[in-house]
Design a protein around this ligand. Structure first.
Ligand SMILES: Cc1cc2nc3c(=O)[nH]c(=O)nc-3n(C[C@H](O)[C@H](O)[C@H](O)COP(=O)(O)OP(=O)(O)OC[C@H]3O[C@@H](n4cnc5c(N)ncnc54)[C@H](O)[C@@H]3O)c2cc1C
Length: 399
């Protein structure tokens, strides 16, 4: 097995590293304190070509391979996991179009993201359907003219306040239906320039084909305060047949493929955070002296640093294996996606918390970045399927 990166992968890494060093690290603490959505960073990331990684070349996208995508997301997450969550969410929402959409759908729903810095949302979770997402009740009902009407509520939706397009999973016919469809809802914002500049996020969007989208107040979160999260209500939203991806009864199958792609991306977010926590802690413990020695030279503290390093390295290996499996469409890719997600979430939580501990009282002060990482790390163990769900998948596969 070849562990060398290609020349292009090195180029990606250099580009993102430079971007993070110049645009994120110097201002991340001030930005996250303000809790303002970092549109300027998103726009620059788009300019540099480190967003919308899954859009096919046929629509003038980058169609970046899985390993490169994982490396890009990991490096971006080293800067801030809220920003990388927001950037990655475009792929979470759009990959199903790339995987299952017709040529026409790919052109219609993906090309706006190539042309302008736009955001997309992925609408799966509902107030009553979190881990058990197949119990969702949002549904679309057929009308006499052949189109459908979508009604229902989604919650915790990343980018929702600023999204120009929503990928939505919903039941077909009635809320209790056994069939789930995947539909694309572009809004008026997809064709409008400059809309994203408003400081106050809009509370309503107009779907292109009719109906209303009502947006909740952005959630005031413990961490990842540079990503936007809000609830979304779809009210009599018209869905024309061309907005349905693939077979309208196979949305759940498509969802599983999306999650197999997305979980390694969450793992990349976890590895990026864990590595940042390790680096911050190494720097701090090399400087700080107690008992006449640098903290990093005190044996028990050194042991903790080694344990942190080990977690980062093993999580990186799990991430690369999952990315490799998906790239090669291996039948076990779901198993390794879940493994990578859990191992990386564990690394992120461990490194952030132990790192905070090795900062002593300073780690508990909000001015120190390690305290922000400790807040940010929790969600990595939760979104895209909580730890127990990943273990359920792993258990089912290995048994
Ligand atoms: C910041 C943020 C961003 C998000 N972004 C998106 C997004 O863009 N799109 C989207 O659709 N969703 C998104 N989510 C939702 C996220 O994926 C869900 O919160 C997550 O899947 C868990 O669902 P839940 O919150 O309803 O928890 P629940 O399902 O209610 O679970 C609560 C707890 O119960 C336990 N539990 C649940 N099921 C089991 C089980 N089978 N066995 C054992 N224990 C179990 C676990 O400990 C779990 O943590 C986001 C959430 C947050 C907070």
């Amino acid at each position: 097995m070849d562990f060398n990166l290609t020349e292009q992968q090195h180029e990606y890494l250099d580009t993102v590293r430079r971007f993070v060093k110049a645009e994120i690290t110097p201002q991340v603490m001030a930005m996250e304190k303000d809790h303002a959505f970092p549109w300027n960073i998103i726009r620059k990331a788009w300019d540099m070509g480190i967003m919308n990684l899954t859009i096919p070349e046929s629509v003038k996208g980058y169609e970046v391979d899985m390993i490169s995508a994982a490396l890009i997301i990991e490096e971006l997450s080293y800067g801030d996991t809220g920003i990388s969550t927001s950037a990655m969410c475009n792929d979470l929402a759009n990959v199903v179009i790339a995987q299952q959409g017709t040529e026409e759908q790919q052109h219609l729903f993906l090309s706006p993201f190539v042309e302008r810095p736009l955001l997309a949302s992925f609408g799966l979770t509902e107030p009553g359907a979190g881990s058990d997402n197949s119990s969702m009740s949002a549904f679309m009902e057929k009308r006499e003219n052949g189109s459908y009407v979508l009604n229902g509520e989604k919650c915790f939706i990343t980018n929702a306040s600023y999204a120009s397009q929503f990928t939505v999973f919903c039941k077909v016919g009635k809320p209790t239906s056994a069939f789930i469809a995947c539909v694309i809802v572009p809004t008026e914002a997809i064709g409008k320039a400059g809309d994203e500049e408003t400081s106050e996020p809009p509370r309503e969007r107009t779907p292109l084909e009719g109906g209303r989208i009502l947006l909740g107040k952005p959630e005031d979160k413990l961490g990842q305060r540079l990503s936007n999260t809000a609830s979304v209500i779809f009210e009599d939203v018209i869905i024309k047949p061309h907005q349905i991806i693939g077979d309208r009864r196979l949305g759940f199958k498509y969802l599983l493929n999306v999650l197999d792609y997305a979980r390694p991306m969450v793992a990349a977010i976890g590895v990026g955070l864990a590595r940042r926590a390790l680096d911050l802690t190494l720097a701090y413990t090399r400087e700080r002296k107690q008992f006449g020695k640098r903290i990093c030279d005190l044996p028990v503290a050194r042991e903790t640093l080694v344990a942190m390093w080990r977690k980062v390295e093993l999580a990186e290996l799990a991430l690369m294996k999952a990315a490799f499996m998906i790239q090669h469409q291996a039948p076990e890719s779901g198993l390794y996606s879940s493994l990578a997600k859990n191992v990386a979430a564990e690394a992120a939580l461990f490194c952030a918390h132990e790192g905070l501990h090795l900062h002593g009282g300073y780690g508990f002060v909000s001015e120190y970045e390690i305290s922000k990482l400790a807040r940010d790390a929790h969600i990595i163990d939760i979104y895209e399927g909580v730890r127990e769900i990943q273990n359920m998948i792993i258990g089912r596969e290995i048994v």
